[in-house]
Design a protein around this ligand. Structure first.
Ligand SMILES: Nc1ncnc2c1ncn2[C@@H]1O[C@H](COP(=O)(O)OP(=O)(O)O)[C@@H](O)[C@H]1O
Ligand SMILES: [Mg+2]
Length: 264
């Protein structure tokens, strides 16, 4: 069995920036893309989705990341989960990371829920035997019943989220990354999530939580950051961060990507 390092988990970002390469003009088909790529007639421009981000998340902390659509929240979690490599800066993550990114939760649509549980387990470094001992508990928590043997493509977003969360938290990672997972569940599931996150926190895990629900963030997080077009414009105590977030809704919007950020 895989042993999870007992050393203090934690997440630390130092001056992290990330740029995407975006094609200049619209390309209408994959064929056109391939031809133009070969002819080198495709121009890319850099789009900085994250700019100079620094913060530290301590052991036993639930850390909130808020911001409007397109602010860079998902990109930030991907950088922490090592799905994306930062273009600049340093990312330090201690221990086993379970990334719950996006509503697909990394599932393969054509496989059944059961198969996906084992696949996700393997991705996180757990053996088949290991997942077997966890399986019933995982299905029970997810509340999927017989649906566990249906292909995941037949699941609702709520069902996917429940299964993803159930797997990711059963294996007790040191760092849990949650991207809008709770927003799609029903009230009962939200309660179960909250309880489990609280258990996690008190056992010394680190949780990074992205949510549009101010209530969820306020309830669960002690500290956090506000992202505005890829930059941190408020950080620290969650009340301050949420105040800053609410202010972004009354400020004029100009969501042109790459535009200079408003000062907070
Ligand atoms: N693969 C990609 N290529 C180019 N731009 C991207 C890519 N993924 C996200 N973006 C852009 O980066 C910005 C941040 O996106 P994202 O991290 O998904 O924001 P959020 O999760 O806060 O809504 C957006 O402007 C988005 O359009
Ligand atoms: Mg997102």
């Amino acid at each position: 069995m895989m042993t999870i390092s007992p050393s203090r988990p934690g997440v630390s970002l130092t001056n992290v920036s990330l740029k995407y390469s975006v094609p200049h003009e619209k390309v209408r088909s994959i064929k056109e893309y391939a031809i133009r790529r070969l002819k080198r007639s495709l121009a890319f421009s850099d789009f900085w989705a994250l700019r100079d981000i620094s913060f530290e998340v301590h052991t036993g902390e639930v850390f909130g990341i808020v911001g409007r659509n397109g602010a860079g929240k998902t990109t930030l979690l991907k950088v922490v989960g090592r799905v994306l490599r930062p273009s600049e800066g340093r990312v330090l993550v201690r221990g086993l990371v379970a990334p719950l990114l996006g509503l697909g939760a990394g599932f393969n649509d054509e496989l059944t829920g059961r198969e996906n549980v084992f696949l996700s387990g393997a991705t996180l470094g757990f053996s088949y035997r290991d997942m077997q001992t966890r399986f019933d508990r995982i299905v029970e928590f997810a509340g999927l019943g017989d649906f566990i043997d249906a292909p995941v493509r037949t699941y609702s977003t709520g069902m996917r989220a429940r299964l993803g969360f159930s797997v990711a938290t059963d294996v007790k990672p040191d760092v849990l990354l949650m991207d809008e997972i709770m927003s799609v569940g029903d009230v009962e599931f939200k309660e179960k999530c909250k309880q489990r996150i609280e258990e996690f926190r008190s056992s010394g895990a680190t949780v990074l939580l992205v949510s549009h629900s101010l209530e969820t963030i306020a309830n669960l997080c002690s500290r956090g950051v506000l992202l505005v077009r890829g930059r941190v414009t408020a950080s620290g105590e969650i009340d301050n961060v949420l105040q800053g977030y609410q202010a972004t809704f009354t400020a004029p919007v100009g969501t042109k990507p790459g535009a200079a950020p408003r000062s907070a």
